[in-house]
Design a protein around this ligand. Structure first.
Ligand code: HEC
Length: 138
């Protein structure tokens, strides 16, 4: 009787473990599922067309973003390789089709493993980065 109880317990445990591990596999995230709220599209870029801002953004990008996003923004930085999801290429149609406001919102608020840069960079610096990301498509 006691043996039988033990094997029931064991079976229950095995089932529970497999449910838990199946769940953690299902958590594999895909790049591109992260959406900025619709309102962010209405925010206008105060530095639009400003080439000095592109240059300033490039400098910040090299220092703070290239490690994950790659030197040319293709999402192939050494620290980005093992992340889940991996950073998308800024040159991709999907990212370039996003509004300046949406890109600004994403770097402001972050989505792990992408950090929130709200308290790290000023608004001006974040718009400079938006301009730099935009310039990558040309
Ligand atoms: C630790 C690695 C890391 C660093 C450093 C980093 N990012 Fe990211 N970033 C990511 C990952 C990973 C994603 C994808 C997140 C997702 O799709 O959920 C991402 C996504 C983004 C996106 C959204 C792109 C899209 O797919 O829509 C923007 C914009 C962005 N990062 C800008 C920046 C900027 C600007 C910097 C530097 C100030 C920076 N990131 C630094 C890892 C990083």
């Amino acid at each position: 009787m006691k043996n039988r109880l033990n094997s029931y317990l064991l079976i229950t445990l095995v089932i529970m473990l497999s449910v838990i591990s199946a769940h953690s596999f299902a958590q594999e995230k895909k790049a591109g599922e992260w959406k900025a709220p619709k309102e962010s599209d209405q925010v206008t870029n105060p530095l639009k067309g400003n080439d000095d801002a592109v240059k300033a953004g490039k400098k910040l990008y090299r220092q703070q973003c290239a490690i994950c996003h790659g030197d040319t923004g293709k999402g192939d930085g050494v620290a980005g390789m093992t992340l889940n999801p991996r950073p998308a290429s800024f040159l991709s149609e999907r990212v370039q089709n996003e509004s300046d406001g949406a890109i600004f919102w994403k770097m402001t608020n972050g989505n792990p493993p992408m950090a929130a840069y709200k308290d790290i960079f000023t608004e001006e610096q974040r718009w400079q980065l938006v301009n730099y990301i935009r310039s990558l498509s040309k």
